[in-house]
Design a protein around this ligand. Structure first.
Ligand code: CMP
Length: 137
């Protein structure tokens, strides 16, 4: 069924000038850009977005990282786009993400406390609706 998902090009992707390359892969796959904007999220927005990770060792470094510069927020649509984008993105750890994926081709371990893994994609229909409401209210 047609779905929508929230994709973020995170601060590392924007800072490294990879926004265009990442968007090109999304467009080449055939998904539709419904809305897109540059965002500098405040702490309150990120606490909502990452509520499930509160208390984990990487939570504070993750919020610091996400506040270190702008992200590109994308409302993306298509049949099975949630699993499709996660497949394009590759697994969370960029060191071992498969070559051919965004994280596998462009990411690596920079020796920091947080995985700088270039992109975010919602993991379920429920997460997508929740996250789209946070970033595109
Ligand atoms: P994302 O899928 O956007 O949501 C949670 C983020 O936390 C994840 O991407 C990574 O950036 C980061 N993350 C997840 N697991 C770890 C971990 N074990 N160590 C450091 N950072 C992590």
């Amino acid at each position: 069924a047609t779905e929508e998902t929230l994709v973020l090009v995170k601060p590392d992707g924007v800072a490294r000038g990879l926004t265009g390359a990442i968007l090109a892969r999304i467009e080449a796959k055939g998904y539709a850009l419904v809305d897109l904007k540059l965002v500098e999220p405040d702490r309150a927005l990120l606490e909502q977005h990452y509520a499930e990770h509160e208390g984990k060792p990487f939570y504070e470094p993750l919020l610091e990282f996400m506040m270190s510069g702008p992200s590109v927020a994308i409302r993306l649509a298509g049949n099975r786009v949630i699993e499709g984008f996660r497949s394009l993105a590759g697994t969370t750890d960029p060191t071992t993400a498969a070559p051919g994926t965004i994280r596998g081709d462009f990411g690596r371990d920079w020796g920091l406390k947080v995985q700088q893994n270039l992109v975010h994609g919602s993991d379920s229909v429920e997460s997508a609706q929740r996250e789209l409401g946070i970033w595109f209210s």
